[in-house]
Write a protein that binds this ligand. Sequence first.
Ligand SMILES: C[S@@+](CC[C@H](N)C(=O)[O-])C[C@H]1O[C@@H](n2cnc3c(N)ncnc32)[C@H](O)[C@@H]1O
Length: 200
Amino acid sequence: MIRSLVLPLFLLVSGPYSEPGARSHLDLMRKDARRNMSVDPPDGEYFYKVALDLKARRVLEIGTSTGYSGAWFAMALKKTGGRLITLEIDPDRHAEAKKNFEAMSLADVVDARLCNALIELPKVEAPLDIVFIDAWKPDYLKYYELVLPKVRAGGVILAHNTKNAAGPMKDFLDRIQKDPAVRTEFLPESAQGLSISWKK
Ligand SMILES: C[S@@+](CC[C@H](N)C(=O)[O-])C[C@H]1O[C@@H](n2cnc3c(N)ncnc32)[C@H](O)[C@@H]1O
């Protein structure tokens, strides 16, 4: 009797979607973080916060891997009524990401696409509130040029690994610090480096 009441009571308290539930799944995903090349928790916390602050409705991620960073955005988008489009070229990682979004009850706010971002990006509809770049490092400038016209004024382009992969993305780093279309800063607490370029 008591056991049969536990699940309905849990759903009553937490709703069908439970952020604590999603967060504990994120902690489990950290075990594979190095293999999956995921961002660190402080970067994820920042994604969650910036999506809430901007009341984001349309977020684009380039480089899903298995869904760790995407889940941080998706948790915020559950609250703002928004949606995440996330692009991944590797079929195994794409499939694992879809399973993770399902397990966290986030799949309804995520459009996970198996594709080459360089081919898909011209098809992504504007306007975008946030773009997160985290795919092939030497292509960052190409991704940036494809998404910049689609980001609304006041929106933001984030990019990962600006410290530990600065060499392969030097052309991108030079551009975001000189481009009059954006104002760029860096997240101090990000271990691998996160650039934050606000569109003017
Ligand atoms: C660093 S991982 C992404 C990690 C993920 N953002 C996270 O923090 O959980 C980079 C991913 O980008 C994918 N990738 C590389 N080039 C790509 C492309 N042209 N289009 C789509 N995905 C690409 C790789 O297969 C890899 O899974």
